[in-house]
Design a protein around this ligand. Structure first.
Ligand SMILES: [Zn+2]
Length: 103
């Protein structure tokens, strides 16, 4: 797995959530899933804490989505449009810290 220059947070997926995902998958693909076996597995969701370089607005974003964006942009870290100030760029907190230190 690729090493990223920022921290990701892993949160365990709840049993209810796992059950919903398994059922959703079956509905979506028509492919039967052993729901009970799936629920017993340890599954984690990965998130990144993003922070705006302009207004310091913070948001926790799903890592899967960010990873796709990084591949698309061919970048080491994701950057998002800030929904709070509508001008700034949101980057992972670690990158935010490094960037601020430079100035
Ligand atoms: Zn902002």
């Amino acid at each position: 797995m690729k090493k990223y220059p920022f921290t990701t947070i892993k949160k365990p997926v709840s049993e209810i959530e796992k059950r919903q995902r398994a059922e959703f998958y079956t509905d979506d693909t028509g492919f039967p899933v052993d729901v009970e076996a799936f629920v017993k597995k340890e599954i984690f969701d990965e998130y990144v804490e993003m922070k705006c370089l302009d207004c310091d607005y913070e948001e926790t974003v799903d890592f899967d989505m960010l990873e796709e964006m990084m591949e698309f942009d061919d970048s080491d870290y994701p950057s998002l449009y800030c929904p709070s100030c509508n001008e700034g760029t949101m980057v992972p907190k670690d990158i935010h810290l490094k960037t601020k230190k430079k100035h």
